[in-house]
Design a protein around this ligand. Structure first.
Ligand code: GTP
Ligand code: MG
Length: 294
């Protein structure tokens, strides 16, 4: 039996959460094209006949601009303590001027005592011939124990990556029961699904200033759920944009979120969304803690 903890790290938007979902086979972490989608560390477990991989998805490495950003940085730090391996994810479309940022990010992780596997992601977006020079560029960044080009979105080369991950793990026991997929409570997954739809349907700077809190979640006698959630934003003007003309935007967020939540809970869901303004909440330590960032 091989088992161990593997942190998934990398810069924003590299595809870390997509990769974790792909390995777990279930959507445990939300995904969007906006950077800093993941705000906390999220555990995902994959159990096989003779192995158990405990993956920890983390926020993208960036310079924090507020207290929320600092919290996110802390999550990356704690996620990389006491691990057996680190899976570093890079978007293959990296520009030359970004190489230095990757180098700094890797150095900041202080991983000198654990093997680091590099996953070069999104190879579905480049010609096969282009891969060689990209590989060449990236292998100089660090003394990686393995380099695997993948497409997390298209499930390409994931088996090879899994082989590499299993090889680096030590002999050990299962840490979780066979059917465990994540450590996130149901309420948090529901809140994250709502945030994902908001991220995807809103433009520009608003998505970063959004938080979702489940105010009520009740299972009724007939098995359906009643969920009341608040979408927090930082400005009155943002509230109007989130609600949209005639409430259309909010309705769309709700419709898409409800579909995902129903699939996840395997039940009918009645979802009510409210938009609330909390000025500068990303700098309010207590509020950040209250909405679930412990
Ligand atoms: N074409 C392509 N797109 C991908 C692939 N993997 C992820 N993406 C897209 O890249 C974007 C970012 O994906 P995420 O999984 O949210 O990235 P992340 O690294 O977790 O981002 P943060 O949580 O913000 O740090 C999304 O639009 C994904 O659909 C891939 O293999 N190919
Ligand atoms: Mg993510």
């Amino acid at each position: 039996m091989k088992s161990g903890f593997i942190a998934i790290c990398g810069r924003p938007n590299a595809g870390k959460s997509t990769l974790m979902n792909c390995i777990i086979g279930e959507k445990v972490a939300i995904v969007s094209s906006k950077p800093q989608t993941t705000r906390t560390k999220i555990l995902g477990v994959r159990t096989g006949e003779d192995y158990q991989l405990v993956l920890i998805d983390t926020p993208g490495i960036h310079k924090p601009h507020n207290k929320l950003g600092k919290r996110m940085e802390k999550y990356i730090y704690t996620a990389t303590q006491d691990i057996d391996a680190l899976l570093y994810v890079v978007d293959c479309n990296i520009k030359d001027e970004e190489l230095e940022l990757e180098k700094e990010a890797l150095a900041g992780l202080k991983t000198s005592d654990v093997p680091v596997i590099l996953a070069i992601n999104k190879i579905d977006t480049v010609e096969k011939l282009q891969l060689l020079p990209i590989l060449d560029k990236l292998q100089g960044l660090y003394n990686f124990s393995a380099i695997v080009p993948i497409s997390a979105q298209n499930n390409e080369n994931i088996e090879q990556l899994l082989d590499n991950l299993r090889e680096t793990l030590p002999e050990g026991p299962k840490f979780f029961p066979d059917d465990t997929l994540t450590d996130q409570p149901e309420r948090q997954i529901v809140a994250e699904y709502i945030r994902e739809k908001a991220l995807r349907l809103l433009n520009r700077e608003i998505p970063h200033g959004i938080a979702v809190e489940i105010e009520k979640m009740k299972e009724k006698e007939n098995g359906s759920y009643e969920i009341l959630a608040a979408i927090y934003c930082e400005k009155q003007s943002h509230k109007g944009i989130i609600i949209g003309k005639g409430g259309e935007k909010l309705k769309k967020i709700g419709t898409f979120a409800r579909r995902d939540i129903e699939k996840f809970l395997n039940a009918k869901v009645y979802l009510e969304l409210w938009v609330r303004v909390k000025e500068d909440w990303r700098n309010r330590e207590n509020f950040i803690t209250d909405i679930g960032f412990e």
